[in-house]
Ligand binder design. Sequence first.
Ligand code: ZN
Ligand code: ZN
Length: 136
Amino acid sequence: MSRKILGNCACGEITFEIRALNANIVNCHCTTCRRLNGSAFSTYFVVADKCFEITTGEKLLARYSPSETAVKNFCSQCGSPVFNQNSKYPHLRMIHLGSLDMNETINPNVNIFCQSKLPWVVLDREIPCFEREIEP
Ligand SMILES: [Zn+2]
Ligand SMILES: [Zn+2]
Protein backbone atom coordinates (compact mmCIF):
# COMPACT_ATOMS: atom_id res chain seq x y z
CA MET A 1 0.00 0.00 0.00
CA SER A 2 1.39 3.35 -0.97
CA ARG A 3 -0.13 6.50 0.39
CA LYS A 4 0.65 10.07 1.21
CA ILE A 5 -0.70 11.74 4.31
CA LEU A 6 -0.74 15.52 4.63
CA GLY A 7 -0.61 17.50 7.84
CA ASN A 8 -0.24 21.01 9.18
CA CYS A 9 -0.01 23.03 12.37
CA ALA A 10 -3.00 25.05 13.61
CA CYS A 11 -2.01 28.31 11.87
CA GLY A 12 -1.25 26.45 8.65
CA GLU A 13 2.23 27.94 8.12
CA ILE A 14 3.98 24.61 8.68
CA THR A 15 2.83 21.87 6.34
CA PHE A 16 4.28 18.44 5.84
CA GLU A 17 3.73 15.15 4.13
CA ILE A 18 4.30 11.57 5.10
CA ARG A 19 4.92 8.86 2.57
CA ALA A 20 4.63 5.77 4.69
CA LEU A 21 4.03 2.18 3.77
CA ASN A 22 3.21 1.40 7.33
CA ALA A 23 3.38 3.08 10.68
CA ASN A 24 3.01 2.40 14.36
CA ILE A 25 0.31 4.56 15.87
CA VAL A 26 1.33 4.93 19.49
CA ASN A 27 -0.55 6.26 22.50
CA CYS A 28 2.11 7.43 24.95
CA HIS A 29 1.01 7.80 28.56
CA CYS A 30 4.38 9.01 29.90
CA THR A 31 4.48 11.99 32.24
CA THR A 32 6.79 13.95 29.90
CA CYS A 33 4.38 13.78 26.97
CA ARG A 34 1.55 14.73 29.29
CA ARG A 35 3.37 17.90 30.37
CA LEU A 36 4.67 18.76 26.91
CA ASN A 37 1.30 18.50 25.22
CA GLY A 38 -1.07 19.31 28.07
CA SER A 39 -3.22 16.31 27.27
CA ALA A 40 -4.05 13.08 29.12
CA PHE A 41 -1.87 11.14 26.69
CA SER A 42 -0.29 11.78 23.32
CA THR A 43 -0.86 9.90 20.10
CA TYR A 44 1.96 9.71 17.58
CA PHE A 45 2.22 8.50 14.03
CA VAL A 46 5.68 6.89 14.02
CA VAL A 47 7.47 6.67 10.68
CA ALA A 48 10.97 6.41 9.27
CA ASP A 49 12.57 9.85 8.96
CA LYS A 50 13.01 9.42 5.19
CA CYS A 51 9.22 9.19 4.85
CA PHE A 52 8.62 12.56 6.49
CA GLU A 53 9.12 15.93 4.83
CA ILE A 54 8.32 19.47 5.88
CA THR A 55 6.89 21.14 2.78
CA THR A 56 6.41 24.72 3.98
CA GLY A 57 7.25 26.84 7.02
CA GLU A 58 10.33 24.97 8.21
CA LYS A 59 11.88 28.23 9.47
CA LEU A 60 9.01 28.57 11.97
CA LEU A 61 9.86 25.27 13.64
CA ALA A 62 11.07 25.76 17.21
CA ARG A 63 12.67 23.07 19.32
CA TYR A 64 12.66 22.13 22.97
CA SER A 65 14.53 19.25 24.60
CA PRO A 66 12.76 17.84 27.68
CA SER A 67 15.54 15.28 28.18
CA GLU A 68 19.00 14.44 26.90
CA THR A 69 17.59 12.39 24.06
CA ALA A 70 14.18 13.84 23.18
CA VAL A 71 13.40 16.89 21.05
CA LYS A 72 9.97 18.38 20.58
CA ASN A 73 9.48 20.36 17.37
CA PHE A 74 6.62 22.84 17.42
CA CYS A 75 5.33 25.85 15.51
CA SER A 76 6.75 29.06 16.98
CA GLN A 77 3.78 31.01 15.62
CA CYS A 78 0.80 28.98 16.88
CA GLY A 79 2.44 26.64 19.40
CA SER A 80 1.14 23.43 17.82
CA PRO A 81 3.32 20.39 18.41
CA VAL A 82 4.42 19.01 15.04
CA PHE A 83 6.79 16.11 15.64
CA ASN A 84 9.20 14.63 18.15
CA GLN A 85 12.61 13.10 17.70
CA ASN A 86 14.62 10.92 20.06
CA SER A 87 18.31 10.11 19.63
CA LYS A 88 17.52 6.66 21.03
CA TYR A 89 15.57 6.10 17.79
CA PRO A 90 17.47 8.33 15.38
CA HIS A 91 15.70 7.20 12.23
CA LEU A 92 12.18 7.70 13.49
CA ARG A 93 9.86 10.68 13.56
CA MET A 94 6.98 10.79 16.01
CA ILE A 95 4.34 12.97 14.37
CA HIS A 96 1.41 14.18 16.43
CA LEU A 97 -1.70 12.46 15.14
CA GLY A 98 -3.91 15.52 15.63
CA SER A 99 -1.91 17.48 13.04
CA LEU A 100 -2.67 14.95 10.29
CA ASP A 101 -5.48 15.27 7.78
CA MET A 102 -7.93 12.40 8.11
CA ASN A 103 -6.76 11.75 11.66
CA GLU A 104 -10.24 10.44 12.43
CA THR A 105 -9.55 7.46 10.18
CA ILE A 106 -6.29 6.45 11.90
CA ASN A 107 -6.49 4.16 14.92
CA PRO A 108 -3.76 3.57 17.50
CA ASN A 109 -2.21 0.10 17.55
CA VAL A 110 -0.22 0.19 20.79
CA ASN A 111 -0.22 1.85 24.23
CA ILE A 112 3.10 2.60 25.92
CA PHE A 113 4.11 3.85 29.39
CA CYS A 114 0.85 2.45 30.75
CA GLN A 115 2.45 2.43 34.21
CA SER A 116 1.91 6.19 34.35
CA LYS A 117 -1.44 6.52 32.59
CA LEU A 118 -4.13 8.59 34.27
CA PRO A 119 -6.50 6.39 36.29
CA TRP A 120 -9.60 7.39 34.29
CA VAL A 121 -8.08 6.55 30.91
CA VAL A 122 -9.57 3.26 29.72
CA LEU A 123 -7.15 1.24 27.62
CA ASP A 124 -8.24 -0.61 24.51
CA ARG A 125 -7.41 -4.20 25.48
CA GLU A 126 -7.56 -5.22 21.82
CA ILE A 127 -4.14 -3.68 21.27
CA PRO A 128 -0.85 -4.33 23.15
CA CYS A 129 -0.13 -2.30 26.28
CA PHE A 130 3.42 -1.94 27.55
CA GLU A 131 4.28 -0.74 31.02
CA ARG A 132 7.12 1.31 29.54
CA GLU A 133 8.64 1.30 26.06
CA ILE A 134 7.77 -1.19 23.35
CA GLU A 135 9.59 -4.43 24.06
CA PRO A 136 10.90 -6.47 21.17
ZN1 ZN B 1 1.57 27.16 13.25
ZN1 ZN C 1 5.69 9.91 26.05
